[in-house]
Design a protein around this ligand. Structure first.
Ligand code: SF4
Length: 366
């Protein structure tokens, strides 16, 4: 497996698996973001990811860079051009192939990737191609529930890796994430069989609240790590920013257990209620998101034996797509929350109303 350098660490090439986490502060709030990055680095995060959505966020990065020793990764969404503004200040840029199709559609995805790669080359940055089940490249077939979108995810990852290879750039890794642990295992195994040279970043997206978030992450990560697959990992947990260290503690525990042959997880079979929720980040539309996820978890205890999936997402960037395959989905806006049933929008409700409306909707479906 090739070696990829991310700031002060190297991944792949026989290095220990590195743990990653993400700041959930507003990136333009320099003081809070620096404090979170440093706290997470001190707790053992080898890389800390930050969301950048605007020129203001990008401008804040140069100051954040000066004030923390953490290795920083930036998460680009639709605005690929921010790559040239952020690259001088960070160690890794993550882009999602699916998001490159959302705006500036007259520019091909290849030209956008060329732009990102050039920014990375010019500034000695690594790249992560971050494929996500809920926000796939729309030109690849979607919502094929029979194979849980594994084929399009693999095709997207391979297509981007092969294109970046043609640009003579080797400093990249790949992630293929889903909220379903078995899909994460199958997709990463398949990718690894095709491209064992590329370091993989492992994780279950929207794993949710504790303890389920940790259980799902273990179920996916243990078998892969035990087979030597994975160069970095993140245990995504829906916890408030002041508890983000718990992602690192969980990651260390999994790595330590696998190293010592303590494999607890088997296959993940959904026989009961499955609440998937995002870990929240700088993009979260309202600070009430984590409390909302906790309330939904508590209020749905009476139906916990029903094999339904409820998706709870913090913003409109990933909310609409990531709730599509759930039985019920909510995603946050600034002052209201959107409610969806099997891919169809039901309405928009206030933060005070949404839990009741969700429960009424679930009841009406029985
Ligand atoms: S859904 Fe939005 S708030 Fe939640 S982690 Fe993803 S980008 Fe951040």
């Amino acid at each position: 497996m090739r070696l990829v350098r991310i700031g002060t660490i190297s991944i792949g090439g026989g290095n220990p698996v590195a743990i990653q986490s993400m700041a959930a502060t507003k990136t333009s709030d320099i003081k809070a973001t620096v404090s979170t990055c440093q706290r997470l680095a001190d707790a053992g995060a080898s890389v800390v990811r930050i969301a950048v959505d605007s020129k203001n966020d990008a401008a804040a990065l140069s100051e954040i860079r000066k004030q923390t020793t953490a290795n920083l990764s930036v998460d680009l969404q639709e605005n690929y051009k921010l790559a040239e503004l952020v690259a001088p200040h960070v160690d890794k840029i993550r882009y999602n192939p699916g998001h490159l199709h959302h705006s500036e559609t007259q520019t091909s995805w290849k030209d956008k990737v060329k732009f990102i790669v050039q920014a990375a080359k010019d500034n000695n940055c690594a790249i992560r191609i971050g494929v996500n089940c809920g926000s796939l490249d729309p030109t690849l077939s979607q919502n094929n529930k029979t194979d849980k979108n594994i084929d399009p995810m693999i095709r997207s990852a391979i297509e981007h890796a092969e294109f970046i290879d043609t640009l003579n750039f080797t400093q990249y890794c790949v992630s293929i994430k889903s909220s379903d642990p078995d899909t994460v295992i199958a997709a990463n195994r398949r990718f690894y069989n095709i491209r064992p040279d590329i370091p993989l970043h492992l994780g279950v997206t929207e794993a949710g609240l504790l303890p389920e978030g940790l259980i799902k992450s273990r179920a996916a990560l243990e078998p892969l790590l035990a087979d030597g697959i994975g160069a970095t990992l993140r245990v995504s947990l829906t916890v408030s920013n002041n508890r983000k260290e718990e992602e690192i503690i969980a990651g260390k525990l999994i790595l330590d257990n696998v190293k010592n042959g303590k494999i607890y997880s088997g296959s993940w079979k959904q026989t009961a209620l499955n609440i998937i929720s995002c870990p929240s980040c700088a993009r979260v539309e309202n600070d009430r998101f984590v409390t909302l996820a906790e309330q939904i978890y508590e209020k749905t205890r009476p139906i916990q034996n029903y094999p339904l999936t409820i998706a709870v997402m913090g913003c409109r960037v990933n909310g609409p797509g990531e709730t599509d395959n759930a039985d019920f989905g909510v995603w946050c806006g600034t002052n209201s929350v959107n409610l969806k049933h099997k891919g169809t929008i039901i309405g928009t409700f206030s933060y005070n109303e949404i839990v009741t409306k969700l429960l009424e909707l679930i009841k009406s479906c029985f």
